[in-house]
Design a protein around this ligand. Sequence first.
Ligand code: NDP
Length: 347
Amino acid sequence: MTTSREIRLARRPEPGSDATVECFDIVDVTLPEPADGEVVVENHFFSVDPYMRGRMNDVRSYVPPFAVGEPLQGGAVGVVVASRDPKLPEGTVVLSMFGWRERYVAPGSALQPLPPPPPGVSPSAYLGVLGVPGFTAWIGVTLIAPVADGDVVFVSAAAGAVGSIAGQLAPLRGASLVIGSAGSPAKVASLTDEFGYDAGFSHRDGKPGDHLARLAPKGVDVYFDNVGGEQLRAAIDAMRAFGRIALCGSISTGYHGGAGTAIDNLGLAVGKRLTLRGFIVSDHFDQQPEFLAEVGGLLAEGKIATRETVHESLDSAPDAFLGLFAGGDQIGKVVISCGGTGRPAGR
Ligand code: NDP
């Protein structure tokens, strides 16, 4: 008999309000025996991501809402500990969308076997720099708001999972000045100390527009927008002619469906001939091999800095998730370690 614990959506947050710990239930479960073609997986790491807040609302978006009473879903890296699928023998490391739980039974066809990460790199990198956040950063600076020689680049949520990689890819595309914003002194320090930014500022200290005027007096060519709201407004003011904005996320609205800051200077986009382009990274999976070749290579050569904030145990997941919206010092990719042993069942 295999037991597990999983986190379920206990109830939806109030419309227009932040999520709270009461929205989550941690439940003990007994897993069924795997049928033919199925495997038992023990998760080692799973991801908490801002987009999951949108899935807590009863609103259909580019991904369906989470169901009340059901386990949450999200990226996870685990090890097959019992197998009835010859393609996934015991010991295979797999990527899945069965996060927010310690163990699960699933068809092997729903799982993606993972190659070993570069030496010295944790497999949790497949949830961060080598996973969706790293790919999002790569698509943003490569395709959506391509960075060119001499560009001045501004990235918000710059110490986060996506921003910390976008800020490092920009100079490799030729950026001459890369500025980041973050929400705490430790995060702002990490921008220049760890992630290679030329300058950083706190969006909680003064007006973003004043910081941009000080740090980029000649204006900004590319804005990688992870937050929307006041920083998007300030970036539009600061953009130079033919500037490009990658609309990646709008976390300043909390993804709770409430009203955000009005972007009342969009008229400037006409005269400045700006391009503002929203994107969802899953539309671009055909380019994943190119991304993995470049960023995997940089990682193997130690040319890209990564940071993870790792929380031990499933129980910490709700607070870690809520922390993405509350500010604080979670730097880089936030992952939950389930403490799995990875030993095949019975050994
Ligand atoms: P992060 O690791 O950057 O965590 C989110 C960060 O957002 C927080 O740590 C916080 O940083 C910042 N933040 C939270 N609330 C606010 C606020 N009110 N105003 C300003 N900043 C705030 O998350 P990710 O790197 O995973 O994601 C970054 C963005 O990219 C998110 O908006 C996410 O939804 C989006 N995204 C989009 C994808 C796509 O396909 N378009 C794919 C993946 C992510 P700080 O404390 O520094 O303010």
